[in-house]
Design a binder for this molecule. Structure first.
Ligand SMILES: Cc1ncc(COP(=O)(O)O)c(C=O)c1O
Length: 396
C-alpha cells in the first residue's frame, strides 16, 4: 500500500503575516471592521483590472452583460452561494451590508403605524437607515433591549416579546458589531415567522467567521460582507432572498437588467469596477487553503488567550465567548462613557503602541473589541494588555 504524503499543519500567527500587506511594526487586532485583503487575492484583482484595461468592451460585455444567463459573474455568485449554504439563483452581489439592507428597506411597503424591529446591538448605520426609511413613511422603529449577558433563549424571548402590532420587518444581527455577540438566528427567525414577521438577518460578520447555512436559517433575506472574514476585496457582499421575498426585492439602482427581477436585476448597476466581485473565487480559494476548521480552532484559542491577557489589565469580557473570532471587553470606568472616549482609546493605542483595536460605546460602557485572525498571535494580546496597562483609558 502506498503511503499518502501528508502536508505539515498550518502554523497560524505571525508566520502567516507575510501573506498580507499589513504594516510592519504594527499589531492589527481589528480585522472585524474593514477586513484585510490577502496578497494573492489582491494580485488576482489587479490581474483582472489589467485585462479590463486592455479590452474594456470585451471584459464588461463578455463577463457581466452577455444575453445568456450564465455570466462569469453568475458563476462566481453560484460558488459563493453554495459555500454559504444556498444557491446562486437566490443571491446577488452588492457593495456591502449597508447597501443590501437599504435595498430591503426600500423594497418593503411601509405605512403610518407600521414598525421595523431592531435590537439595541444594531450597527449604528443600520439603525439610522431604518429610522430614515420610517421617517419618510410615518412608520417607526422599535428597539428590543438585549442585555449582553443574555442566554440564547433569553434573546429569542425578548425579541419575540417586542414583535407586537404591525411589524413589517425585523432586522436582526447574526453577530453584533460593538458587542460581538452571536445571536441564535435560526430560533429567532422561526419564532418571528410564527408571528408573521418578515426577517432580514444582518450577517455582516458571518461569512468566513462561522460556518454558514443560510437556507437552514430560513430568513426572508440574509446579507453578509465577504470583505470582512472571507478575505474578499472591499465592496463585496452577498444578498440572499427566499423565492417569496425575491418577488418584492428591488435594486437601489435601476439599469439594463432591472426587468429581470431578483437576483439578475442586481448584476449590472451600470459601469463600475467589477474586478473585486470577479476576484471572489480567489478569496474562497485562499480561505479554503487555510483549512477552515484549523483556522477556527486557532481563532477560538486566540480568544481565550485574549481573555487571559486582557483580564490581567482590568478588562472583563462583555459576553460569554460562543465560538467567534471577535470578543468585546468592558473597560471599567468610574463614570459613564463619554462621546470622546472611544476615539481617545483607539488613537492612543495606535499612536503610542501601534496597536489597532475596535472600540465602541455601548449601554453607558466603554467597550474594546479585538479580532483574532490567521495572522494574529497570542503574544499580540499580551502586547495589547501591557499597552493598556501603561496608557490606561478615560475614566479608569
Ligand atoms: C453588524 C454590521 N452590520 C452592518 C455593517 C456595515 O458594513 P458595511 O460598512 O460593509 O456596509 C457592519 C460593519 O461593520 C456591521 O458590523
Amino acid at each position: 500500500m502506498t503511503k499518502m504524503a501528508r502536508l505539515p499543519p498550518i502554523v497560524f500567527g505571525h508566520a502567516l503575516r507575510g501573506l498580507w500587506d499589513l504594516a510592519d511594526g504594527a499589531t492589527f487586532l481589528n480585522h472585524g471592521s474593514f477586513g484585510a485583503c490577502p496578497k494573492p487575492v489582491l494580485r488576482a484583482y489587479r490581474a483582472l483590472q489589467a485585462e479590463m484595461e486592455a479590452a474594456p468592451d470585451q471584459f464588461i460585455e463578455g463577463r457581466i452583460m452577455p444575453n445568456g444567463e450564465q455570466t462569469a459573474l453568475r458563476t462566481t455568485i453560484d460558488r459563493v452561494a453554495r459555500f454559504a449554504g444556498t444557491s446562486g439563483a437566490r443571491c446577488a452581489l452588492v457593495e456591502n451590508a449597508t447597501v443590501g439592507i437599504q435595498c430591503i428597506l426600500e423594497s418593503i411597503d411601509l405605512q403610518p403605524g407600521d414598525t421595523i424591529l431592531l435590537t439595541n446591538h444594531q450597527y449604528p448605520a443600520v439603525l439610522l437607515a431604518a429610522a430614515h426609511r420610517c421617517r419618510r413613511s410615518g412608520a417607526s422603529v422599535r428597539i428590543a433591549t438585549i442585555p449582553s449577558d443574555s442566554t440564547p433563549n433569553d434573546i429569542v424571548d425578548r425579541i419575540g416579546r417586542a414583535a407586537t402590532g404591525s411589524v413589517k420587518l425585523a432586522i436582526i444581527d447574526h453577530i453584533s458589531s460593538a458587542t460581538a455577540m452571536l445571536f441564535p438566528v435560526d430560533d429567532i427567525v422561526r419564532s418571528l415567522r410564527e408571528k408573521g414577521v418578515p426577517t432580514l438577518i444582518d450577517g455582516a460578520h458571518a461569512i468566513g467567521q462561522i460556518p454558514l447555512d443560510i437556507e437552514a436559517i430560513g430568513a426572508d433575506w440574509y446579507v453578509s460582507n465577504a470583505h470582512k472574514w472571507l478575505y474578499a476585496c472591499r465592496g463585496t457582499a452577498l444578498l440572499q432572498a427566499t423565492d417569496e421575498a425575491a418577488s418584492i426585492t428591488r435594486p437601489l439602482i435601476a439599469s439594463h437588467f432591472v426587468d429581470l427581477g431578483f437576483p439578475r436585476a442586481f448584476d449590472y448597476p451600470g459601469t463600475r469596477d467589477y474586478c473585486g466581485w470577479l476576484a471572489l473565487p480567489h478569496a474562497l480559494d485562499f480561505f479554503e487553503a487555510l483549512e477552515p476548521d484549523a483556522l477556527r480552532a486557532h481563532t477560538q484559542q486566540s480568544i481565550f488567550a485574549a481573555i487571559y491577557h486582557l483580564s490581567a489589565a482590568g478588562a472583563t469580557p462583555a459576553s460569554t465567548p460562543r465560538g467567534l473570532a471577535m470578543q468585546a471587553f468592558v473597560l471599567p470606568q468610574r463614570r459613564p462613557v463619554e462621546a470622546t472616549d472611544v476615539a481617545w482609546l483607539k488613537e492612543r493605542l495606535w499612536s503610542q503602541a501601534r496597536i489597532q483595536v475596535g472600540a465602541n460605546a455601548f449601554d453607558g460602557q466603554l467597550l474594546l473589541r479585538i479580532s483574532a485572525q490567521a495572522y494574529v498571535d497570542d503574544e499580540d494580546f499580551h502586547e495589547l494588555a501591557v499597552a493598556l496597562d501603561r496608557i490606561g483609558w478615560p475614566g479608569r
